[in-house]
Design a protein around this ligand. Structure first.
Ligand code: ASP
Length: 331
């Protein structure tokens, strides 16, 4: 029988009603009381790592989760982490970079409704997560939610209220879970031993362009952060008035800042070279482009890369080297 470590971090799934809104309070052992029959699938140990709404989770917590998995890696066949949905996609991406090519499944799940509610997605999401964590063909980090198994670098929260909260962006689901059975379409790559990392650089900002937006905000963010992700419009570009182009090119080419151009359109990714508004940026050789990556994955990947190196050629090489199929079509 497989041995699974169940790590609780909080979120709606573990929340209870208080006078001041939903608040995480239930531990992982209490959660599993709602999932009968699990003892026939696997043996489970519990660990309460955090008790947080995921709005409060950040890079230090990602490092904490990776460390916990690293310390327990040899003892278990798989890991299930219960987590708030709001930032779960960021955590999934970050764990994918911190624990690369894991042969053992590391499954993140949560719920849109607390486990104690009459109508809740908590129980099925938990049961599906243990099914995925026990599945021989499952490797590495994935989000399991509403019957979908989504690669850790491809998940995005696309619905704020309904049970169908997560989508796999620009990439198919790895698997679906139907009535406790895995329908697996893609077998993730793995190595006999995973690569663990223990450093992230949190100094990565994200700016969403708005029509008529002030270049001063971008200038402030470039000065404030080591790296800036710019979510521009459509396939990508910058306004041709106001000094945006000069600012970005100077930051990337002369000041050693890492600038990543991406799009605020959720599907299909960027292609800076298409329009004159982005053409020169695409040809700069120093400005990076996200192409089909999710913004969540870009943020986590750049934090991971800047945790390893400050050499701009190496930053570029690592950024464009796919990890768990995070970047596929560079067009
Ligand atoms: N605010 C909650 C959280 O992210 C939402 C949820 O879990 O669904 O922790």
């Amino acid at each position: 029988m497989k041995r699974i470590l169940f790590i609780g971090t909080g979120g709606t799934i573990a929340s209870e009603i208080t006078e001041n809104g939903l608040l995480p309070g239930l531990g992982p052992e209490q959660l599993l009381k709602y999932v009968p029959g699990l003892e026939n699938l696997c043996s489970v140990d519990f660990l309460q790592l955090y008790d947080l709404d995921s709005t409060n989770i950040g890079p230090d917590h990602w490092l904490g989760m990776a460390k916990t998995i690293r310390e327990n890696y040899a003892l278990y066949d798989g890991f299930v982490i219960s987590h708030g949905t709001d930032t779960m996609a960021y955590t999934a991406a970050a764990l994918t970079y911190l624990i690369q090519y894991s042969p053992k499944p590391i499954i993140l799940t949560g719920a849109q409704k607390p486990i104690g509610f009459d109508t809740t997605d908590s129980k099925v999401n938990l049961a599906d997560s243990f099914t995925a964590a026990c599945w021989d063909g499952m490797h590495g980090v994935a989000v399991v939610f509403n019957g979908r198994v989504i690669a850790g670098t491809r998940a995005s929260k696309t619905h704020s209220k309904s049970f169908d909260a997560f989508s796999s962006m620009n990439y198919p689901n790895l698997a679906d879970v139907r009535d406790g059975r895995m329908l697996q379409y893609i077998v993730p790559e793995f190595l006999p031993g995973p690569l663990f990392y223990d450093k992230l650089c949190p100094s990565v900002g994200l700016l969403k362009l708005t029509p008529g937006g002030d270049v001063g905000l971008m200038e402030y963010m470039i000065n404030r952060y080591d790296a800036l992700i710019v979510e521009s419009f459509g396939v990508g570009g910058l306004p041709q008035t106001g000094g945006f182009h000069d600012l970005v090119r100077r930051a990337a080419e002369e000041e050693g800042k890492t600038i990543i151009m991406t799009t605020q359109v959720p599907n299909e990714g960027s292609d800076l070279a298409v329009y004159n508004t982005g053409f020169a940026l695409a040809g700069s050789g120093r400005i990076l482009e996200a192409y089909d990556m999710t913004t969540e994955a870009v943020l986590a990947k750049v934090m991971w890369i800047l945790g390893q190196t400050r050499n701009s050629d190496e930053i570029r090489r690592l950024f464009y080297t796919p990890v768990s199929r995070d970047i596929l079509s560079m067009k």
